[in-house]
Design a protein around this ligand. Structure first.
Ligand SMILES: C[S@@+](CC[C@H](N)C(=O)[O-])C[C@H]1O[C@@H](n2cnc3c(N)ncnc32)[C@H](O)[C@@H]1O
Length: 200
């Protein structure tokens, strides 16, 4: 699912139009400060990392399950002279906390919906956030749940292992709160909900 073709499409879209609305909302929500570090989990081509570096962050780490993004991601960073400020790491942060260091800013854009064990993923992300954690995930509406069922039926038919999950937003926020973060911002779009939590 998250293959080279998908990565190429994301890179082309980002070059043409910049960040989409949901990604931009996350960038705005974290209010990056000069010299901060960024950890993006499931960051794909790293577009959010790139924007945060441009806005003043010092270093970024992108942790991905899929290696398919790196070629296109690297090309984007090289183009703007930021290739030496990002680390590309591969693996599952939910089961291997050592994959990435803690960071001032932790971001997950449309990642929670791709992973079955929400408490492990969000818990690991929250534990890594020194100042702020920002996430986007699908709104918990009947339409999204129906859409999720349709996507999963299609994936089963295609013998794809991918599954789409609509995890309850209050449980996502509660998981982050248990790691010492408090809710400071929230937005509900038509499909995606974004939240920002800061360390108390
Ligand atoms: C729908 S894509 C979103 C990519 C990117 N954030 C964006 O919005 O363009 C979800 C990504 O999350 C990654 N992912 C899912 N679970 C993960 C985990 N536990 N650790 C690291 N990456 C994960 C997948 O490999 C996939 O690339």
């Amino acid at each position: 699912m998250f293959n080279e073709r998908f990565a190429r499409k994301l890179a082309r879209r980002y070059r043409k139009r910049g960040l989409d609305e949901v990604a931009q909302r996350l960038v705005d929500a974290v209010r990056v400060r000069e010299g901060e570090s960024v950890l993006e989990i499931g960051g794909g081509i790293g577009a959010i990392d790139l924007e945060l570096l441009r806005a003043g962050a010092e270093r970024a780490t992108n942790v991905e399950l899929s290696t398919a993004y790196e070629e296109h991601g690297r090309a984007l960073f090289e183009q703007v002279g930021l290739a030496d400020r990002i680390d590309w790491r591969y693996g599952n942060i939910a089961t291997d906390a050592e994959l990435a260091p803690a960071a001032d800013i932790v971001v997950l854009n449309r990642v929670v919906c791709c992973y079955p064990d929400m408490p492990s993923l969000v818990g690991a992300a929250a534990a890594k956030a020194r100042r702020v954690l920002a996430l986007s995930f699908p709104r918990d509406t009947w339409l999204m749940r129906m859409g999720g069922r349709a996507i999963n039926a299609w994936c089963r038919l295609r013998r794809s292992e991918f599954r789409f999950f609509v995890h309850p937003p209050p449980a996502i926020v509660a998981t982050a709160r248990e790691r010492g973060l408090q809710l400071v911002g929230e937005h509900e779009g038509r499909i995606w909900q974004t939240v920002a939590l800061e360390r108390a």
